[in-house]
Design a protein around this ligand. Structure first.
Ligand SMILES: Nc1ncnc2c1ncn2[C@@H]1O[C@H](COP(=O)(O)OP(=O)(O)O)[C@@H](O)[C@H]1O
Ligand SMILES: [Mg+2]
Length: 367
């Protein structure tokens, strides 16, 4: 696409090394190191207060770190002021100027950079076309929908060909349908112009939908960075296992010692012995938590597998979720997709649970 070509820039990578940022006694970012590849879409995902915005602000230059380095395209920007970094930013609030037309809004960063009128107009129109809003240039922001305003904000952020686009929860003010539409659209746009994106969100579905890789944060610490598939299939911490997708946690004790990746026996709190895969080294008798996804549990005869009792069956069209009571008294969830061959057991029925040993991940349980 011609317009996209006009906006495409040589994409660059970002390296964050040992980043620490304190606010008084709060360690907002606690030793984060990660690298974003040129042209990559990286999501920073974590609960509220986990340090996502602070990391983005440090990349942008609006916060200076207490420790660590930030490099963009190989250049050390740690102490460079924001206006000299040439990075694009889009925030949750569109922050468009209400008294300016859409085109004037988009051209504004070019005016600040001293470009002439003709070139400003040409580049602003190209950016407007890239976000598929040709013909809307003369309107005021108030005459656009929320999604259109957010597209204008994106156009304004890419019009001066920034090296990197930083986005902080840019879709969270939109309603669900529009948000899902804009997730796909923003992803397409990123691919089209080939720009490196760091995208902050607390919404795991949004992160998994949009990102090439996701960096999961908790309390200012990087828990894991990987593809959506890696994070879902092989979470490295119990936090990631619980935060990405749905997970059952069963408490117990390791029968013997085990190293990472090894099959271990676990005595559950109810007394049953089951098998799991150790994610980290565990000592004999150490408390562990086994994480198992609801859709990875299989139903069978109560004589084989872990005995459980059906407490509730929740039909949701595409799947049925069973709430099952274990001998320990703990309740866990099992999901059967619609159209699965087996009939759903009745409430009160006793069943036997089994799983592939690689789907049961055992984490050390300090608590
Ligand atoms: N300017 C600030 N002054 C004091 N504390 C701050 C400031 N900015 C962030 N914090 C604190 O740092 C932590 C991380 O905040 P933030 O990066 O905004 O998290 P997130 O974007 O993941 O919700 C929180 O405990 C927050 O209260
Ligand atoms: Mg934030």
């Amino acid at each position: 696409m011609l317009q996209s070509a006009a906006l495409s820039s040589r994409s660059v990578g970002i390296e964050i090394e040992g980043l620490v940022k304190r606010f008084g006694s709060v360690k907002a970012v606690d030793g984060v190191s990660l690298a974003v590849e040129p042209g990559e879409f990286l999501a920073l995902l974590g609960p509220s207060g986990s340090g996502k915005t602070t990391i983005l602000m440090a990349i942008a230059g609006f916060e200076y770190p207490d420790e660590g380095r930030i490099r963009v395209g190989g250049e050390d920007l740690t102490w460079v002021p924001p206006n000299r970094r040439n990075l694009g930013m889009v925030f949750q609030k569109y922050t468009l100027f209400p008294h300016m037309s859409v085109l004037e809004n988009i051209a504004f960063p070019l005016k600040m950079r001293g470009l002439g009128r003709a070139e400003r107009e040409e580049r602003a129109r190209a950016a407007l076309a890239t976000v598929r809003l040709d013909g809307y240039g003369e309107r005021k922001p108030s005459q656009l929908s929320g999604g259109q305003q957010q597209r204008v904000a994106i156009a304004r952020a890419i019009v001066y060909k920034p090296r990197v686009l930083l986005m902080d929860e840019p879709l969270s003010a939109l309603d669900k349908n529009l948000r899902e539409e804009m997730q796909i659209e923003t992803k397409h746009l990123q691919r089209e112009i080939g720009i490196t994106v760091v995208f902050v969100t607390h919404d795991q579905t949004e992160a998994l939908t949009m990102a090439d890789r996701v960096a999961v944060l908790d309390q200012g610490r990087l828990q894991q960075i990987g593809s959506p598939h890696d994070l879902y299939e092989t979470p490295r911490t119990a936090f990631v296992a619980g935060f990405i997708g749905e997970t059952n946690f069963c408490k117990g004790r390791a029968q013997g010692a085990g190293v990472a990746g090894q099959r271990i026996g676990v005595t559950l709190d109810g007394g049953d012995v089951v098998e799991a895969t150790a994610v980290e080294a565990v000592a004999q008798g150490a408390p562990v938590r086994i994480a198992i996804r609801p859709e990875r549990l299989s139903l069978g005869d109560p004589a084989t597998g872990l005995a459980a009792c059906v407490e509730e069956a929740i039909y949701a069209g595409n799947a049925t979720t069973l709430l099952l009571a274990l001998p320990s008294g703990q309740s866990i969830r099992l999901r059967v997709p619609a159209g699965a061959a087996l009939a759903s057991p009745a409430v009160g029925e006793r069943v036997g649970l089994s799983w592939r040993v690689e789907d049961a991940r055992a984490f050390g349980d300090a608590a």
